[in-house]
Design a protein around this ligand. Structure first.
Ligand code: ZN
Length: 336
């Protein structure tokens, strides 16, 4: 079985966008008088939005199931206040739940969180619990920078985040550390801000001892770990200078990378540098890069090709494609 641990609902019907627009247009009203807009989307619209996109690509590329979450750039945690974020998050998560119910063999749900800059993530606990216990979701996307490129909240190792981690541990669900859109014009969302976010999160983890406090907490750094594998010597050396244990002990019992790296040399480097037990197959399709690489004639984000072509033994390849995802997303129950 091939599990793609990183897919977003980037093709949602336009009614979802209209819902969001209504929310944003209503922000001038007082918070208490703002109602949650209605969202009317039919099952047929959902089917149509998926059949020609994610489902078609699963079939064509040969993956079986996608761990599926709301569009990451669309989370927009910086917009409005906690109520705005909660209403939007619930609507997006409910829609993912409907996708999973319509295609239970193809999708497993992961939730967005109702984060807001300056608001402690304690306010995300109820929604995480609802998604896991009522909707059967297996994880969440945690935004390390709800301000969208200005990094106004404390680092991921700060006690600010601890009550949320406690709930993750209790529910036994991992988080993918995933930023949303950039509102800082210096950072292109998917080319700059995403990769910065991945690299920054990993560096934050190096400087502290988060996993001493949470030995079973599991975090996935997407997009191949940002710049981390390429600069592995730098990060090992910084950890050493800080008198931290080797990174394999310090972080790699708890931190995992995905394979959203869109060329063969990048995947080869990732697989060479990072232990195979810490790498989960992912493509992030349909998402950040949608074109065809003229050098290969294949889609950049058809990452299965790169993993297939990498020099990996069969047992290790199975770990990357399936075993590691099952180990990290322990609540995921898939029939083989
Ligand atoms: Zn993503």
């Amino acid at each position: 079985m091939i599990i793609d641990c990183h897919g977003h609902y980037t093709t949602a019907p336009k009614e979802l966008e209209a819902f969001r627009k209504k929310q944003i247009d209503g922000l001038s009203e007082a918070s208490a008088s703002r109602a949650k807009p209605r969202l009317d989307i039919t099952d047929d619209q959902i089917r149509e939005s998926l059949e020609g996109a994610q489902l078609k690509l699963q079939r064509e590329r040969g993956s079986d199931v996608t761990i599926f979450s709301p569009r990451a750039a669309g989370m927009g945690h910086h917009i409005g206040d906690g109520t705005t974020s909660l209403h939007w998050t619930q609507a997006c998560n409910d829609l993912i739940h409907r996708c999973v119910r319509l295609y239970p063999k193809n999708f497993v749900g992961v939730c967005q969180l109702p984060q807001t800059p300056g608001v402690p993530p304690t306010n995300c606990i109820d929604e995480l619990e609802r998604c896991v216990k009522e909707l059967g979701f297996v994880g969440c996307n945690l935004n390390p920078d709800p301000s969208g490129g200005y990094w106004k909240d404390p680092p991921l190792t700060d006690k600010w985040w601890y009550p949320f981690y406690e709930k993750m541990v209790e529910l036994d669900v991992p988080a993918m550390i995933h930023v949303s859109m950039s509102c800082n014009p210096n950072f292109h969302t998917t080319g700059g801000h995403y990769i910065n976010g991945d690299t920054t999160a990993f560096m934050q983890l190096i400087t502290a001892d988060l996993f001493k406090d949470f030995p079973t907490l599991r975090l996935i750094i997407p997009h191949g770990g940002g710049a981390v594998p390429y600069h592995w010597g730098r990060y090992r050396g910084i950890a050493q200078d800080l008198k931290k244990p080797p990174l394999t002990e310090h972080l790699l019992r708890n931190v995992f990378f995905d394979t959203c790296v869109y060329h063969q040399p990048g995947i080869d480097l990732l697989l060479k540098v990072i232990p195979v037990d810490n790498i989960l197959f992912a493509s992030e399709m349909v998402g950040a890069v949608r074109g065809v690489d003229p050098a290969t004639g294949h889609y950049y984000d058809d990452t299965k090709r790169y993993v297939d072509a990498a020099s990996l033994g069969d047992a290790d390849r199975r770990k990357v494609f399936e075993g590691n995802a099952r180990r990290v997303y322990t609540r995921m129950k898939l029939s083989t």
